[in-house]
Design a binder for this molecule. Structure first.
Ligand code: GLA
Length: 384
């Protein structure tokens, strides 16, 4: 279901019979730097114009009352009684729990939320919900939390309640995004630059495979464990190395025999390659060489599919189709993987023609009508 900010405010008024404050929290795309936010890498995300609206007001009780418009479901719980549940509720409860544990003086509140961000599409609807709520509570109860700390708190909420051991990228992009800009984030230090995205004649287009991805399934956490194990193997070979950043892909290849698990070796090769690739991509973006940038996106897809093993048949097919068009200069699966969207750089005047053709070919093969979204880059979480 799709909701506008007005609709969410109206739903709130009907449920709680008072005036709310309204907030918007965006989803994110990521141009390059995939599965390296938790592996000492750099990422290049941006907030988008699709996201989640929150209507909220304090209620001067001990109760949290939440209505999810998308799920048409409710949650009522006392501040003192917060515990893990399932599904969407954990995003809300995880944030409330983090704020309480850190000693922030939140009171009871009423909230309704919903928006226009497809769930399970790799656009980070979970971070949008977490960051939207944390930001709204920060404003409602004057907690004085900085934007970056909101991202860090929400990442922790995701680890503790839904249980996905995610990196910082999604929450950071949702809160820190800037209109028409991409962020170049150093995930180890949280230093970042905002870079204009001068794609010249090209535009960013997502193609949603509609293969539903859920990171709760555990494969994400498995990748994280494999990477940690691999770093351990490499550190034994290179005692002065502290992080993946200190190791080159060539060094991984030279030490192939040190790995007794082929998957672990492949993960390490991908991670070190992707760290190097993202650094190169940042240089190319700064130099306005968008064509060379696009080639790196194809290379990232190849690594995610062959070495990191987080793609699927449908996403591989969409990228193979993209490669057949000279007007698509880069494409790859985006986000956690196992489904969701591909991100494509497509010549502006060819977007409709090419994506319609790709939709037809995809439907012929999988019987699914893929969705197409032309992206605009937006500001991070904000009051309306
Ligand atoms: C998910 C996680 C992020 C990141 C991406 C892959 O979106 O939440 O932290 O690891 O996958 O790049």
């Amino acid at each position: 279901m799709i909701f506008t900010g007005h609709e969410i405010a109206d739903i709130f008024k009907e449920k709680f019979s008072k005036e709310p404050k309204l907030f918007f929290s965006p989803g994110r795309i990521n141009l390059i730097g995939e599965h390296v936010d938790y592996n000492d890498g750099f990422v290049m995300p941006a907030a988008i114009d699709k996201g989640v609206y929150f209507a909220i007001a304090p209620n001067n009780t001990d109760f949290i009352n939440v209505f999810s418009a998308d799920m048409q479901d409710e949650l009522h719980i006392t501040l003192g009684g917060i515990h893990k549940m399932s599904g969407w509720k954990n995003y809300i409860l995880g944030v409330a729990d983090q704020l309480i544990q850190r000693g922030y003086p939140i009171g009871g509140f009423d909230v309704a939320f919903g928006g226009n961000l497809p769930v399970g599409a790799g656009l980070s609807s979970s971070a949008a919900v977490e960051c939207g709520l944390a930001f709204a509570l920060n404003e409602t109860f004057n907690l004085g939390i900085s934007r970056i700390d909101i991202a860090v708190i929400c990442q922790k909420a995701e680890h503790t309640y839904p249980g996905v051991q995610c990196g910082i990228m999604d929450q950071f992009a949702s809160v820190m995004g800037k209109q028409n800009k991409v962020l170049l984030l150093d995930c180890n230090t949280l230093h970042y630059e905002t870079l204009p995205f001068n794609a010249n004649d090209y535009t960013i287009v997502l193609i949603n495979s509609l293969v539903h991805h859920s990171l709760d399934g555990g494969e994400y956490n498995v990748r994280r464990k494999q990477s940690e194990k691999g770093l351990g193997v490499l550190k034994k070979k290179f005692p002065s190395a502290n992080t993946f950043r200190d190791i080159t892909p060539e060094q991984v290849i030279e030490n192939e025999k040190a790995f007794d698990d082929r998957d672990v070796y492949n993960r390490c090769l991908y991670v070190t390659e992707e760290i190097a690739r993202t650094k190169r991509a940042a240089g190319l973006l700064k130099a306005d060489d968008i064509e060379a940038f696009g080639k790196l996106m194809f290379a990232t897809h190849d690594g995610l599919s062959r070495l990191y093993d987080v793609s699927c048949e449908e996403l591989d097919f969409l990228v193979t189709l993209a490669k057949q068009h000279a007007e698509i200069i880069g494409a790859r699966m985006m986000g956690g993987g196992f489904g969701g969207c591909t991100i494509n750089l497509i010549k502006k005047e060819k977007v409709v023609e090419i994506t319609e053709l790709m939709q037809t070919q995809y439907e012929q093969k999988f019987g699914i009508h893929a969705e197409v979204y032309v992206m605009s880059l937006s500001d991070g979480t904000h009051a309306l």
